[in-house]
Ligand binder design. Structure first.
Ligand SMILES: [Zn+2]
Length: 148
């Protein structure tokens, strides 16, 4: 897994490349054509290593961006989520919001509001159904008095 070590290796390859290029530029004695070709080959090899290492760093940064995005999504409403034993509620500015589908929140980390239809409450995403007694028993005021 690419990490700070990879960046260190990449910087080392960059230094090697720069040292070779400087040696070529500052050479006071004229190098033979064979010596020049050898130095250029070393330079190309070092630059190829650098390119590979930077590609690993890029992949690592993309993976980290994805992980940060995922964690931010999970954190977005984690602290204000309340599970009453049947469904989820949220506390927003001191008020109760919801109910939210426990199946979608637990499995897919999605806050999907339940909709009242007929004798119960439905999730429009997973089609889970909850009876009125499952949803209406939660007393938010009692919960706040005891928990907050
Ligand atoms: Zn659902």
């Amino acid at each position: 897994m690419p990490d700070l070590t990879t960046i260190g290796v990449a910087l080392s390859s960059l230094k090697t490349s720069m040292d070779i290029a400087k040696a070529l530029k500052n050479s006071t004695v004229s190098l033979s054509e064979a010596e020049q070709k050898l130095k250029v080959a070393e330079l190309i090899s070092s630059l190829a290593d650098l390119k590979t290492e930077l590609a690993d760093v890029k992949i690592n940064l993309i993976d980290k961006d994805d992980e940060i995005k995922k964690l931010k999504e999970e954190l977005k409403d984690k602290d204000i989520r309340i599970f009453d034993g049947d469904v989820y509620w949220k506390e927003v500015n001191g008020n109760k919001e919801g109910p939210y589908c426990p199946t979608c929140l637990d499995v897919e980390k999605l806050s999907v509001r339940l909709h009242k239809e007929g004798p119960g409450w439905w999730c429009k995403k997973c089609k889970d159904h909850f009876g009125d007694k499952d949803v209406l028993h939660f007393n938010f005021s009692d919960f706040k008095r005891n928990k907050f």
